[in-house]
Design a protein around this ligand. Sequence first.
Ligand SMILES: N[C@@H](CCC(=O)N[C@@H](CS)C(=O)NCC(=O)O)C(=O)O
Length: 218
Amino acid sequence: MSALPILYSFRRCPYAMRARMALIVGGMQCQLREVDLGNKPEDMLRVSPKGTVPVLLFADGSVLDESLDIMLWALSQSDIPAWLNPEAGSLDTMLDLIERNDSEFKHHLDRYKYPDRYTAEQADPLAHRAAACTYLNELEALLNTNDFLFGPHASLADLAVFPFVRQFAATDSDWFASLDSPRLHAWLTGWQESDLFTAAMHKHPVWQTDSAPAFLLA
Ligand SMILES: N[C@@H](CCC(=O)N[C@@H](CS)C(=O)NCC(=O)O)C(=O)O
């Protein structure tokens, strides 16, 4: 068991969610350490001083502390359903869409969901909600041709983007349901109800140095 990688995670963090989903898809067993973001473990900060989750620490001491790097590593270990080689695109086109999720869409999502954190900018949450729809409309257009973002099967892009769309939708679920985006609604529901997401959202108590090991894969 000591050779297993250790994943420092936070259940409700969208970056950690997508890393956990990719690790599960890749069949990568890990020791899971649920982190209290208000009281981060020193063991985690020692290997990744920037203090964000997820962090994946390997037995040889190497570290991946960006969620996308963890996903790419996990899926490349066992890319059985070709999550990195979608039918309707390429790794590069997926990475472009993910990059825009992580910059443009996340920018608007944060200002829509947490306007109190951006009072200095005088952020108008509804203006940011409207701006975020440009990205969501692009997702809807992609989903018009296929059930998933880059083809008839799920891919890296679906996993990477879904937790952020979920967060956006939950900010005002009635308003989101009123959008004329039937393909996006179906895609989001499918992911929210998936066995993969259910497995990734398993609850673990906050890790303490004397906790018994917990594992990502049941
Ligand atoms: N670029 C990083 C971002 C990770 C990130 O920002 N995670 C948040 C939680 S959702 C975090 O750990 N924030 C630090 C804090 O709240 O102290 C990644 O993709 O892994």
